[in-house]
Design a protein around this ligand. Structure first.
Ligand code: THU
Length: 132
């Protein structure tokens, strides 16, 4: 899965954003996670009246993918109105499955910022640190 269709992945994240359940913040987020096998798992943020129970779009996508047997990821597209960056919790959740993930941070105007998980979460803690 070297080359992939960036525009298609962004389009899927944009479509996922339409499903966002964000009655409290009004901040709608969509994500699309591409697996090494070529599948795409999408996610949106799902808020709750008990605010801390909110699930971010990126973690929705990861949980969907892993629960379907996928653990190798190539790229993640995240769409918000203003091109917001994935939060720390989502970065660490994604880190569990590698740090060479390509991340496309996109706004609703279509501006794309390309980065990697390693750049967003340097010197990270992972399973290799759990030497007991
Ligand atoms: N949110 C995400 O879905 N992903 C992030 O990485 C940052 C924040 C959501 C959570 C909440 O529903 C809303 O954005 C405002 O924090």
């Amino acid at each position: 899965m070297e080359g992939f269709d960036r525009e298609a992945l962004v389009a899927q994240a944009k479509a996922a954003r339409e499903q966002a359940y964000a009655p409290y913040s009004g901040y709608r987020v969509g994500a699309a996670l591409l697996t090494r096998s070529g599948l795409v798992f999408t996610g949106c943020n799902v808020e709750n009246a008990v605010y801390p129970l909110t699930t971010c779009a990126e973690r929705t996508a990861v949980v969907k993918a892993v629960s379907e047997g996928e653990r190798e990821f190539v790229a993640l597209a995240v769409v918000t109105e203003n091109g917001g960056s994935p939060c720390g919790s989502c970065r660490q959740t994604l880190r569990e499955f590698g740090d060479d993930l390509l991340i496309l941070i996109v706004d609703t105007q279509g501006n794309i910022r390309e980065t990697t998980l390693a750049a967003l979460l340097p010197d990270s803690f992972s399973a290799t640190d759990l030497v007991i």
